[in-house]
Design a protein around this ligand. Structure first.
Ligand code: 4KX
Ligand code: MTE
Ligand code: MTE
Length: 654
């Protein structure tokens, strides 16, 4: 019997309509856990480096995390994996909500789609009955309307539906996949889904899922719940509101947006408005937000309420969470939240990533103002900022006129537009738009995380380590006193010594060696969350979370029967991360791609940055080019990867 996992994947050939229920190799559990880990393994084995994002051979995998569907609190992530149209590397957007649990209850760990359907279809998974159904009547429909239309058509009010909108159908590179309050957003999973002509995947399941030691597992959960209650009652002092609690950022619950609006840049990632948050703005925004939110909502089996049901003026009801509350308003330089609650609904219906898309529009507006794009490119576009954003959103979703060029993201659009446009596409890493952060002083930890993380998006790699040093020794001592999540006591000392200014401050402290260890810690916990399916908001993303390196092994062991300790978990993560990296190396990832945008910090230290990257590569067991060595790969049972990299000329002499 298989525990925690179902032991079966659904394999769907979209070209022939062939559907198979395939038993998976039980060995992979101990080698890669599940979720992202086993997705990477599938892609490594089945997608050769020559395959382009829109080739039929590109796979589109929807995977439940390993512990999804079990009683583990806040374990509900579906991890989508595919080759990204934005940069030809492995993308793994993910979503919470209820879809993953439903897939497990239907009897599957993953849905793996290959080839392309000749016509627009949706997939309906209902336990053992799986159908590919005509979706021609849903063509052009919004991602949210589609979910409801499918539930009604199937007469299945409890089916969970992940769908794309017009942006996905038109292969816009920043198209998302939407599901209830959740979204698999970044790096164009929605575009690949559209390319394969899959409008939606609906799932409903009623089967059982088994745990190896249910009683032990529930004991662990009781401990976890105790901690969740404690943390909820004791928010962390001395950090910005959104980092004081647990769950993903509480931007639906809190109205105080001083931190984002003053620390993040407005427009096309241009300007920090350090005195934006006045009493008047606070009052106005709080009023709008309170009026817009009908109630707060959760994902499957989660005690937190990070999302909200929005019922605002004449806008059709929808759900929102986190920073998408602000990205459109800040990119458009609009000082009122009314705009946000309106445009986000439209953007979700089209199915757009809320990080990249507003930046593309702000980039276009800058190009117009700089005379690089012409008035004729904007024929019929309103002159005001809000109007321009609505107009651009629609053009991009439809790939009409200038929208067709912008739909490929700022990197490729700038190349096509030419005439100096490249200077304006200034906020990408590995061709992917980043959050609009433009700060003063080089931050060595963030330098490494931005440069090297596989997610290519900072919110999904930072986490348990505070973002900035505490100003006073007393605050630091108070913080480290109660820190059971720490992987090693030495980190306490690092935090105690880290100062806002002086010798023990950024950019030279933490030292490069310390930075490697801290970043490694962040990566381990993120990677475990993404394999198990835990919400990072209860693990890797926040300060002092309920799930951490000391309790993951116990949970995995009780759930699966694997005999795992902390070192065992670390080794799995190292294996999975090295395989992931090798996959991207074969697809062209190079050391020179591993860099934050030039203007991310005003103060840069090229020699120190080189030292940081050299140290990190060495720490990881990679060569100077960032390629895992034969020795590293062999120690992780990845000898076959070393052979492949050698055969292709990436590795020479180990
Ligand atoms: N020595 O660097 P600053 C996220 C100076 S995304 C001398 O601009 P600050 C979410 C600077 O040069 C991740 N001087 O930054 C969550 C500058 O002066 P200037 C975001 C030093 O304002 C939810 C001035 O001090 N986090 O979490 O302090 C949804 C101000 O500095 C100095 C990060 O990116 C030194 N050692 O703080 C979406 C990580 N150090 O203007 C996303 C870093 C600084 O005259 N985080 N100066 O040049 C941070 O730095 C803080 O959290 C932040 C910025 C963002 C508030
Ligand atoms: N895009 C849409 N459509 N809806 C969203 O809620 N959330 C943003 C961003 N883009 C969001 C979105 C936030 S807050 C995050 S952290 C990332 O997507 C999550 O990226 P992922 O889904 O690729 O993992
Ligand atoms: N959980 C995992 N495992 N990995 C992630 O990257 N991102 C977090 C949170 N949970 C994240 C995660 C962030 S920053 C946000 S805003 C929400 O997921 C996005 O919720 P959604 O994916 O349900 O849309």
């Amino acid at each position: 019997m298989r525990f925690a996992e179902t032991g079966y994947n659904l394999e769907i050939d979209l070209a022939t309509g062939n559907i198979e229920r395939v038993e998976t190799d039980p060995e992979n559990l101990g080698l890669f856990l599940g979720g992202l880990g086993t997705n990477v393994k599938e892609l490594w084995e089945r997608v050769p480096p020559e395959t382009k994002p829109f080739d039929p051979e590109n796979l589109l995998i929807f995977s439940a995390g390993l512990l999804c569907g079990t009683p583990a609190y806040s374990c509900n992530r579906s991890i989508v994996s595919t080759i990204s149209p934005q940069n030809n590397l492995l993308a793994y957007p993910m979503m919470g909500g209820f879809w993953a649990a439903e897939l497990k209850y239907a009897g599957y760990d993953k849905v793996i789609m290959r080839n392309k359907s000749p016509d627009l279809v949706y997939i309906w998974i209902n336990n053992d009955k799986v159908e590919i159904r005509d979706a021609s009547h849903l063509k052009g429909k919004g991602a949210l309307e589609t979910q409801e239309a499918i539930r009604q058509e199937l007469k299945q009010p409890n089916a969970q539906v992940a769908a794309i909108g017009l942006a996905g159908e038109n292969r816009v590179f920043t198209a998302s996949i939407e599901q209830g309050r959740s979204s698999a957003s970044r790096l164009g999973g929605g575009a690949v889904m559209g390319d394969k002509k899959v409008k939606a995947i609906a799932v409903r399941g009623t089967k059982d899922l088994f745990l190896a030691d249910g009683a032990k597992f529930m004991e662990h959960m009781a401990e976890i719940k105790k901690y969740i209650n404690y943390r909820n009652e004791n928010p962390l002092p001395g950090v910005m509101t959104i980092l004081s609690g647990i769950g993903s950022p509480q931007e639906m619950k809190h109205t105080d947006e001083k931190w984002h609006t003053e620390s993040f840049a407005w427009g096309n990632a241009r300007e920090r408005r350090k005195t934006f948050w006045t009493e008047e703005i606070d009052k106005m925004w709080s009023k709008t937000q309170t009026e817009a939110i009908k109630r707060l909502i959760s994902c499957f089996n989660c005690p937190q309420q990070c999302g909200a049901l929005i019922n605002y003026k004449d806008v059709p009801p929808y759900m929102m969470k986190c920073f998408s509350k602000l990205t459109y308003a800040m990119a458009a330089y609009v000082d009122d939240l009314d705009f946000s609650f309106k445009i986000v609904q439209k953007a979700q219906e089209y199915g757009f990533d809320a990080f990249s898309t507003p930046q593309i529009m702000a980039f276009a507006v800058e190009l117009l103002e700089a005379g690089i794009l012409a008035e004729k490119d904007f024929e019929g576009c309103p002159q005001d900022s809000k109007g321009r954003f609505y107009w651009l959103l629609e053009r991009i979703a439809r790939r009409e006129g200038i929208g067709d060029i912008l739909a490929d993201g700022t990197y490729y659009a700038a190349k096509k537009i030419g005439n100096g446009a490249e200077k304006f596409a200034h906020n990408t890493i590995k061709k992917h738009e980043q959050l609009p952060l433009k700060l003063g002083m080089l931050d060595p930890l963030y330098y490494l995380m931005y440069a090297t993380n596989e997610k290519i998006s900072i919110t999904q790699i930072e986490g348990n380590w505070p973002q900035a040093p505490f100003p006073t020794r007393e605050q630091r001592e108070a913080f480290v006193e109660d820190w059971p999540q720490l992987p090693d006591a030495k980190f306490k000392q690092y935090l105690l010594e880290w100062e806002p200014r002086g010798e023990k401050a950024n950019p030279f402290f933490p030292t490069p060696d310390m930075c490697c260890e801290i970043v490694d810690w962040m990566e381990i916990v993120h990677n475990v969350d993404d394999a198990l399916g835990f919400c990072a908001g209860m693990g890797s993303f926040c300060l002092k979370p309920p799930y951490h390196i000391h309790n993951y092994p116990k949970l995995i062991s009780a759930a699966t029967g694997l005999d795992l300790d902390e070192e065992g978990v670390r080794k799995i993560v190292r294996r999975s991360r090295n395989l992931h990296r090798a996959f991207n190396i074969k697809r062209g990832l190079k050391r020179q791609d591993e860099k934050p945008p030039e203007d991310h910090w005003k103060r840069r230290y090229p020699e120190h940055e080189k030292l940081l990257l050299d140290s990190y590569y060495k720490f990881k067991g990679w060569n100077d080019e960032g390629i895992p060595t034969r020795e590293t790969l062999t120690s992780l049972d990845l000898g076959y990867v070393a052979e492949d990299l050698e055969k292709r000329g990436f590795l020479k002499n180990g």
